[in-house]
Ligand binder design. Structure first.
Ligand SMILES: [Cu+2]
Length: 159
């Protein structure tokens, strides 16, 4: 009888310790805020002047976040798109409302994948810049200046 009481008391004590530990772990994970940077932004001179595509890389050194919107500063209407290829080889693109940016991860906006589409960007020549502001669920908005280039560099990360 006496033994049983002791063991029950001890296991309850361990339970409390475990609960405290898991709370601490949760705080460590859930509490880490995103640390987002955007690099390598480029806009190839569009073959069709009515619409331009913008490519870049989002790096996140912190907790998860979600890209929730894009806005072109000055001219044009920007939206997020994803290119896809079907099983039969046909392809297309679709608008994307949100893009998840995982904890400590990168999301590449590149030819054949995610891109920002700018409708009616005005006349663009190599050497111009296009400014787009990215909005996030957690992070403050980030304004990105993209270089207008003759053609896309192979590795927009630059290394
Ligand atoms: Cu598109």
């Amino acid at each position: 009888m006496g033994l049983r009481l002791i063991s029950r008391a001890r296991s309850r004590h361990l339970g409390v310790a475990a609960a405290i530990m898991s709370t601490a772990l949760l705080a460590a994970c859930g509490g880490s805020s995103p640390d987002i940077s955007v690099t390598g932004a480029q806009v190839p001179v569009p073959p069709n002047p009515d619409v331009a595509a913008m490519y870049f890389v989002i790096d996140n050194d912190g907790g998860a976040d979600v890209l929730t919107g894009v806005e072109a500063d000055g001219t044009g209407v920007a939206s997020m798109h994803r290119s896809f290829v079907n099983g039969d080889g046909s392809g297309g693109m679709e608008a994307v409302e949100e893009i998840e940016i995982g904890e400590k991860s990168s999301v590449e906006f590149r030819s054949g994948g995610y891109h920002v589409m700018i409708d009616d960007p005005g006349e663009l020549v190599a050497g111009d810049t296009v400014t787009v502001t990215l909005s996030f669920q957690q992070s403050e908005p980030i304004t990105v200046e993209a270089d207008v280039v003759e053609s896309l560099e192979e590795d927009p990360h630059g290394h």
